[in-house]
Design a protein around this ligand. Structure first.
Ligand code: PHE
Length: 469
């Protein structure tokens, strides 16, 4: 049977960009930046997006298109080993973990959208009076769980319809809308008094701060860079499994990364000046940073009421085009590998995430852990495994896949790319994992680097042995 492919030539790039652009850019990015000291975080994050995120994205594309399978089937078929199939299986778990908090945040967005829509009837949206207190009141508990279920149900409905319908078309509208809205708001915000301190916080790039905080920033910055590009979870393996050979992977990957980073930076250019102009300490907001920062603005903006509906509507759409890509990972595994019908897979997974997400919606501490550290660890570890696979199991085959459909400039980068994903990035990601575990504090910088190199070397030696027996 021919495998389903994207409906239009641009279908893949739209769907992949739709997966990348989401709450990661608009909600998690401002939160993580605020929590990790502003501009220092931004700089480290941008370097990782470019140096690790983009090559990593290409690694997942290569695996997906080569195998034309979900992460489990892809790693098994391309290696012939059940161990690699089990490694691919971690993506299914990652998909469930991601959805367990993402749909809670998606629920918050839906609630803000509905409250904005009700604004004209209720005499102004309820969050306007005191944005901070409003967010406090609704972010966890029964209401949060209810809206989480609503968001999850919408996600399930779209995924049930298959991968091509709706998403491709919707993303075509959403992407320009997000960009136009954010640019417009960024320009307006720049005229507010007090905005300057926000730009300082976000863009000052003080090298001293970066140097002192580098190791504590590294883990969160890497996690955020991967999260925002949807890398490390197997999403991009799954999506690339539906594309033909005519697409240039390096081209598509670069466009997606550029668009995605643009949306994140623009969101920062809106949120931080807004926070400072309202006298709110950016570090105090936690996961509420976006909501508290932006809600007040709609009260002050001319036409704020209509704009708030547009804003939360567009963000809700961006969130859905990402959440469906999270659900699609375990769905593809169950359908392809276990032989379940799409309906049964979606139904079972919805029941599972309805439960895990409801627990998360009641526990702020658990929410912070799952949406913060756990995501950082799962995506960093996931990408590490995918890239070792690309570099050492696929090897030259990865280069062949990379250059298929690619132009001559991109093709010349294929071999350096293979070295980067096979050696440099695995050492870097291992180092990052060690810093997250606090090893650098105990051992110091160089011993930690050595530990990372040794760890990667041991894994590679193990791989060789397995291949020769
Ligand atoms: N990149 C998405 C966002 O920014 C989140 C995501 C992560 C989606 C991993 C799929 C896999 O919202």
């Amino acid at each position: 049977m021919a495998r389903e492919t994207w409906a239009t030539r641009t279908g893949f790039i739209l769907a992949a960009a739709g997966s990348a652009v989401g709450l990661g850019n608009i909600w998690r990015f401002p939160w993580m930046t605020a929590e990790n000291g502003g501009s220092a975080f931004l700089l480290v994050y941008l370097v990782i997006v470019l140096g690790v995120g983009v090559p990593g994205l290409l690694g997942e594309f290569v695996i997906g298109r080569r195998a034309r399978r979900n992460p489990v089937g892809a790693l098994r078929d391309l290696s012939g080993s059940q161990v690699w199939a089990a490694v691919g299986g971690i993506s299914a778990i990652t998909g469930v973990a991601l959805l367990s908090f993402y749909s809670v945040v998606g629920g918050w967005i839906l609630r803000y959208l509905l409250v904005s829509l009700a604004g004209p009837v209720t005499g102004g949206a309820a969050y306007l009076a005191d944005p901070g207190a409003y967010f406090e009141g609704i972010s966890f508990g029964v209401g949060a769980a209810g809206y989480h279920l609503l968001f999850l149900a919408l996600t399930g409905l779209i995924v049930l319809g298959g991968v091509r319908r709706g998403i491709e078309l919707g993303t075509k509208v959403m992407m320009p809308a997000v960009l136009a809205l954010l640019v417009g708001m960024a320009v307006w915000v720049s005229t507010r008094s007090g905005a300057g301190a926000g730009y300082d916080f976000f863009l000052a790039f003080d090298l001293g701060t970066i140097r002192t905080n580098f190791f504590s920033i590294l883990g969160p910055a890497a996690g955020q860079a991967l999260f925002t590009l949807s890398v490390g979870a197997g999403t991009m393996i799954t999506y690339a499994s539906y594309i033909g050979e005519d697409r240039s992977l390096p081209f598509d990957g670069s466009v997606i990364a550029l668009l995605n980073t643009g949306v994140g930076v623009l969101a920062g250019l809106v949120i931080f000046p807004l926070l400072f102009s309202q006298g709110i300490d950016p570090g105090s907001g936690g996961p509420g940073t976006l909501f508290v920062g932006i809600a007040g603005a709609f009260g002050a903006l001319p036409g704020g009421e209509a704009l708030s509906i547009l804003f939360f509507g567009v963000v809700a759409f961006a969130a859905l085009s990402s959440s469906i890509s999270m659900l699609e990972i375990p769905v593809a595994v169950l359908v392809d590998e276990v032989g379940w019908s799409r309906r049964r897979a979606v139904g079972t997974l919805l029941a599972l995430v309805a439960t895990t997400g409801t627990i998360t919606a009641f526990q702020p501490g658990l929410f912070d852990f799952v949406s913060g550290t756990l995501v950082d660890l799962l995506l960093t570890g996931g990408l590490l495994a995918f890239l070792i696979f690309t570099g050492w199991v696929l090897g030259r085959d990865a280069v062949a896949e990379y250059v298929t459909g690619a132009g001559s400039v991109a093709s010349r980068l294929a071999t350096p790319w293979l070295f980067t994903v096979g050696v440099v990035i695995p050492v870097f990601l291992t180092f990052t994992l060690l810093t997250t575990a606090g090893v650098d504090a105990r051992l110091g910088f160089w011993p930690t680097v050595v530990a990372a190199v040794v760890a990667v070397a041991v894994v590679l030696a193990g791989l060789r042995r397995q291949a020769t027996v």
